[in-house]
Design a binder for this molecule. Sequence first.
Ligand code: MN
Length: 132
Amino acid sequence: MREPTRVLLVEDNEQNLELAQFLLEEAGLSVEVARNAFEARSALSRRPPAIVLMDIDLPGIDGLDLVMEIRRNQEWRRLPVVALTAHAMRGDRERFLAGGCSGYISKPIQVASFATDVRRHLDGAEDSEDGG
Ligand code: MN
């Protein structure tokens, strides 16, 4: 039996967290949640997921700093990390990608397309990782 694909969802807003988790689990993904950078680090250390969904506005250490930290870590640097953010200002997308995010999904979370969007980022990553 194939193990479900594991997603680490880093989000401090309870409503967004519940909605995202629900949509991902409904789509057959296994979801681990972290509500801040400390929980995210500890989840990553225990067992790196297939993909990280990273809210940028987190209390304390923000998501972008955490992404840069992930990119500096030998074990985590190739993890796909997709920014989840309400920022829609011109230049933000570039800032997130420059900071090491592999992609970007804007909030509010779109119920109809969220899981598909996540899968799309995941498939791109799995293709390049496979190698037979
Ligand atoms: Mn937030």
